[in-house]
Design a protein around this ligand. Structure first.
Ligand SMILES: C[S@@+](CC[C@H](N)C(=O)[O-])C[C@H]1O[C@@H](n2cnc3c(N)ncnc32)[C@H](O)[C@@H]1O
Ligand code: SF4
Length: 407
C-alpha cells in the first residue's frame, strides 16, 4: 500500500513512460512545476524515477496543529521539533559560484523556472503562516539570489506581521544590496541579514563567483546593511581546499573587531553539479587551528540547542566567529528545518530528493486545515539524517541543487 503522502497513483501521473517522455514534456512541466535540473526537468541530471511530485490523498493528521493529539509539540520520528523554515524565493542568481551554480550547467541554455511557476508572495505568506502554526519560529529568505526579486521587501513586510514568528532573516550575496534596498528591508521588518563572501582578493573571488564581481561591491553591501541597522551581520564563507583556504586568515583579520560574525562553512555535497570531493573539504577543525594560531581562540557555549554553527571568540576580545561542520560533524540529530522551494515544494532535508507539492494544494483550493494536516503528516513522518549516514553510495546518488532548495 502506498503511503498517503506518496501515493503511487500521483507519482505515476508525473512520471512519463520512457517512450512518451519527449512528447509529454510540456504538459508534465506545467503539471509538476518546472523542477529543472534539480528534480527531473529539461535540464535534469536525475533519473526519471526522481520526477515524483507528492500529492497527498489525505493527510493522516486531521487538523492544523503545532501539537499532536497527545498535546506534545509536533516532532518527527527522531523527536526533532519543527522550528525553522527556509524559503527560496527564486532559483535564479546573478553569480555562478563554482560550488553552487557552475557555469557549464547553469549557462545560457539552462531553463530556470518561469515566473508563473514561482509562488506569489501571498502564497508564500499563507504557507509561512501555516508553518508557524505548526511550530516554526524562524524564517530565512534565500534562493538563488533573493534580492533578484525586486520587491522582496514587500514579502518581508507581510511576513514580519505574522504572530509567532520570532526571527526573520535573509541570506544574500549582497551584490544588489544598495543603501535604499537595505533601508527598505529594515523598514519592512527584516531584523538581520547574512551575506556570503568567500575571499577578500578579487582574483580569488572572481574565480569563485565566475562573473567577475568585485569584492569591493560586496563590502559596500555589507556597509549598507550595517548602516540600515540590519545587525548583527553574519558573513558566510564556504572554504574549498586549494581555492580559497588562503583567504581564511585575511577574512578573519578583516572582520574581527567589526561586530560582524564571520562563519566558515565546510564545502558540502549539495546537488550533483559541483564536482564535490571529500578531499576538497577544509574541515572546521583545520580552520579553527589556523585561526587559533593566528589570533588565539576560545570556545563559546551554544546559545540554544541545535545551533548549527559552533561558536568561538577571539581571546583578545575582538568578537566571535563560527564554524559550520556540515560534513565532518553533522548536526542531523538536532535539525529542526523545513525548506520551501520557489515553486512550492517542501523538503524536510537539504539532501532530500522528493518534496511535497504545496503549490498544487494552494492553487487547487485546499483549505488551511487540509494543508496544515499535510504539513503535520510530512513532519511527523520525517526520518532524514543524510549527513550522518553520508557514504560513497549516498554521495553519488541524485540530489537537489542548493540554488533550488535554498542554502
Ligand atoms: C545557495 S546561497 C543562496 C543565497 C545567496 N545567493 C547567497 O549566496 O548568500 C546560500 C548559502 O549557501 C552556501 N552554499 C552554496 N553551495 C554550497 C556548498 N556546496 N557547500 C556549502 N555551502 C554552500 C552559499 O555560500 C551561501 O552562503
Ligand atoms: S551561492 Fe548564492 S550567490 Fe553563489 S551561485 Fe549560489 S545562489 Fe548564487
Amino acid at each position: 500500500m502506498p503511503s498517503p503522502l506518496f501515493p503511487q497513483r500521483l507519482a505515476e501521473r508525473n512520471v512519463p513512460k520512457q517512450g512518451a517522455r519527449r512528447t509529454a514534456r510540456a504538459g508534465l512541466l506545467r503539471e509538476a512545476g518546472n523542477p529543472g535540473l534539480h528534480a527531473g526537468g529539461p535540464n535534469s541530471l536525475l533519473a526519471p524515477r526522481m520526477r515524483y511530485h507528492i500529492w497527498p490523498d489525505r493527510p493522516s493528521i486531521g487538523s492544523s496543529s503545532r501539537m499532536t493529539s497527545t498535546g506534545a509539540p509536533l516532532a518527527d520520528t527522531r523527536q526533532r521539533a519543527l522550528r525553522d523554515l527556509r524559503v527560496s524565493v527564486t532559483d535564479r542568481c546573478n553569480f555562478r559560484c563554482t560550488y553552487c551554480m557552475p557555469k557549464e550547467i547553469f549557462g545560457a541554455s539552462y531553463r530556470f523556472m518561469p515566473r508563473a511557476e514561482l509562488l506569489s508572495f501571498e502564497e508564500i505568506v499563507r504557507v509561512a503562516r501555516l508553518f508557524i502554526d505548526a511550530g516554526v519560529e524562524k524564517i530565512r529568505l534565500t534562493g538563488g539570489e533573493p534580492l533578484i526579486r525586486r520587491d522582496i521587501h514587500e514579502l518581508v513586510a507581510k511576513l514580519s506581521t505574522l504572530s509567532g514568528l520570532r526571527d526573520l532573516t535573509l541570506t544574500t550575496n549582497a551584490s544588489l544590496l544598495t543603501r535604499s534596498r537595505a533601508r527598505d528591508l529594515r523598514e519592512a521588518g527584516l531584523s538581520r541579514i547574512t551575506v556570503s563572501l568567500d575571499a577578500l582578493d578579487d582574483a580569488t573571488f572572481h574565480a569563485i563567483n565566475d562573473v567577475g564581481f568585485p569584492v569591493s561591491r560586496v563590502l559596500k553591501g555589507i556597509e549598507n546593511a550595517a548602516a540600515a541597522g540590519l545587525n548583527p551581520i553574519k558573513i558566510n564563507m564556504v572554504v574549498k581546499r586549494g581555492v580559497n583556504d588562503h583567504a581564511v586568515v585575511p577574512m578573519a583579520r578583516h572582520f574581527r573587531g567589526t561586530g560582524h560574525i564571520l562563519r566558515f562553512i565546510e564545502f558540502m555535497d549539495v546537488g550533483s553539479t559541483n564536482g564535490w570531493r571529500l578531499d576538497d573539504v577544509i574541515s572546521s577543525a583545520e580552520i579553527v587551528s589556523m585561526l587559533d594560531e593566528a589570533f588565539g581562540l576560545e570556545a563559546l557555549d551554544p546559545q540554544y540547542r541545535g545551533e548549527v554553527a559552533r561558536r568561538w571568540r577571539y581571546r583578545d576580545g575582538a568578537g566571535e566567529l563560527g564554524v559550520i561542520s556540515s560534513v565532518t560533524s553533522p548536526f542531523c540529530g538536532t535539525c529542526t528545518r523545513a525548506r520551501l522551494s520557489a515553486e512550492g515544494q517542501v523538503y524536510t532535508c537539504l539532501f532530500a530528493t522528493r518534496g511535497v507539492d504545496l503549490r498544487r494544494l494552494l492553487r487547487e483550493g485546499a483549505s488551511d486545515e487540509y494543508i496544515a494536516g499535510v504539513i503535520a503528516a510530512m513532519w511527523t513522518r520525517r526520518d532524514d539524517r543524510y549527513s550522518e549516514i553520508r557514504s560513497s553510495a549516498t554521495v553519488s546518488g541524485p540530489r537537489i541543487e542548493m540554488s533550488y532548495i535554498g542554502g
